[in-house]
Design a protein around this ligand. Structure first.
Ligand code: UDP
Length: 240
């Protein structure tokens, strides 16, 4: 049966979440043209951003699926919409870093672009009012955000598996995967699966040769050419 968009459940910074008529186990995501940074203190509308990110996120979810990584993604419709399994989002941003950049480069006063000895997985607590602070494993357990260390180990393992696959994919597109953020959710059956989106909004992507930024840092840092860079990421992925 054809899915029909239901009522608006929630409007986020980059997507609107709708119910799916007659199917409680699904949600309908609509990708917006909004770009936000620094916890939405900086905002802009950029034509085509939603459409390009939908295409990139779809490509990546399909690629991960073909490599046995389960996610909430089920299908993509037209220019802006995807239907996903409904999950309960775990309020953690799971960040994987291959190369030092952004907040962690700043924190340790080490130059951006410094390679890390091994990929690093970090958790941040998803709470806008607090600017998503770093949170340790022990803090996550003590605050009962997750009940068991085993769950955190599973999140780290899955994030590192996604990292290996994405690093390889982007390398074929002549792009260095510097770092990225993942979110996970729980299905009604209790399985933990990859959720949200993976796109240049949530990754740092540098051209292999020029080391030019091809991601949201172009917006954060007023470098210009945001949409052109996102389009180039999509073009190269489709050529892989
Ligand atoms: N990131 C994200 N959403 C956030 C915070 C970070 O998608 O709310 C991504 C960001 O684009 C980068 C990675 O996670 O690819 C690591 O970001 P970092 O912790 O360095 O924070 P930032 O410098 O972006 O504040």
């Amino acid at each position: 049966m054809e899915n029909k968009k239901g009522s608006l459940l929630y409007e986020g910074k980059a997507k609107k979440v709708f119910a799916v008529e007659n199917d409680d186990s699904l949600v309908w995501l609509e990708f917006k043209d909004s770009l936000t940074a620094y916890n939405a203190q900086k905002k802009a509308e950029m034509e085509e951003k939603g459409t390009i990110n939908l295409k990139i996120a779809t490509f990546i979810f399909e690629y991960l699926k073909s490599n046995a990584v389960e996610s909430h993604w089920l299908k993509t419709f037209g220019e802006r919409d995807m239907v996903c399994k409904k999950v309960e989002i775990i309020p953690l941003e799971v960040v994987v870093r291959n190369t030092l950049a952004g907040s962690t480069a700043k924190k340790f006063a080490i130059e951006e672009g410094t390679p890390l000895k091994a990929p690093l997985v970090e958790f941040y607590y998803k709470k806008d009012e607090l600017n998503d602070p770093f949170i340790s494993d022990d803090q996550i357990l003590a605050l009962n955000i997750c009940k068991e260390q085993q769950t955190l180990d599973q999140l780290k393992k899955e994030a590192l598996r996604v990292n290996v696959l994405l690093k390889d994919l982007f390398a074929k597109a002549k792009i260095d995967l510097i770092d990225f953020k993942l979110e996970f959710g729980r299905t009604p059956e209790g399985d933990i699966i990859l959720s949200d989106e993976i796109s240049p909004d949530s990754c740092r992507l540098w051209d292999v040769n020029s080391q030019e930024k091809m991601d949201k840092d172009r917006f954060r840092r007023d470098l210009g050419g945001v949409i052109e860079a996102y389009k180039e990421v999509l073009r190269r992925l489709l050529e892989v």
